[in-house]
Design a protein around this ligand. Sequence first.
Ligand code: SF4
Length: 329
Amino acid sequence: VNQGWIASLMESFGSGEPDYVHAVDGVSFELREGETLGLAGESGCGKTTTGMSLVKLHEPTAGDIIYDDQRLSEATDAEIKKFRQNAQMIFQDPFESLNPRMTVYDTVAEPLRIHDIPNETARVQRALEFAELLPAEHYFDQYPHELSGGQRQRVAIARALVLDPDFIVADEPVSMLDVSLRAGVLSLLDRMTDEFGLSVVYISHDLSLLRHMCDRLAIMYMGKIVEKGPTDQIIENPQHPYTQALINAVPVPDPGVGRDRVELQGEVGDVIDIPTGCRFKNRCSEYIGDVCDQVVPPLEQKTEFEQDVACHLYESAAGYDPYEEMSGS
Ligand code: SF4
């Protein structure tokens, strides 16, 4: 890919032995320069593990990240350090992600010191001002316990931006905040994406939030992506039964959207003892028999629509035949 860069990830955690948690399995996607991608799904589906792996806070047991045409598994220590400078993460809980013993100034300056970047004070000031903590000097000597939740998340955003990264993972960035503070932080994140030309992966269980923030969506279930594609396409024309149920659960202004879909029943399956075939089969309203039990549905484009879907209900655009796979096993 010659324009911008791509992050691609194919990873798995665990070896198939009992007691290993398969947090993420075979997840692979691309992220282009300036693009926003939403990772959606219920708790425990592997969203956060995927996000942490993308910024190398987790090492998957298999797979790789390709960043700006370079495989990170083959990168030198200096190249990995450069990647860490360019790839930042904003965590869900601003009460836990900030060191309670560090002032706001030191919190934001710390990444600059780690990466030996000069003009510390000017950069810290600019990052705090961008995060709308004004006047910036007023916050320099404050500690996290002196700040509101919204101000803490703004400090976390300033810390992520101070290195001028080109890629950010934002993991449920407003879910711990009071409802009254969320819109302000979301609009700051929106501005951050535009003004810095950032590529951002937003992780959230909240599809209505992702709908507004993201160019594309990837829906995860039990460690796998079950559907991905342009946001509007997925919200207005979901094809995987799980995506349909998730969208059905979202309160939407248009009562016609998703309201003829089925409700999501039952609980997420066991990520230690992964079922054979489709992982969604015990909750699926469209279950079509042995093929769902025996063959893992590949994530691929189907003949009828644009997005990629992992479900045996639809005909494979590439000619893959799960029944042939079943009879051969
Ligand atoms: Fe449902 Fe079968 Fe599709 Fe899985 S493969 S989502 S069980 S129809």
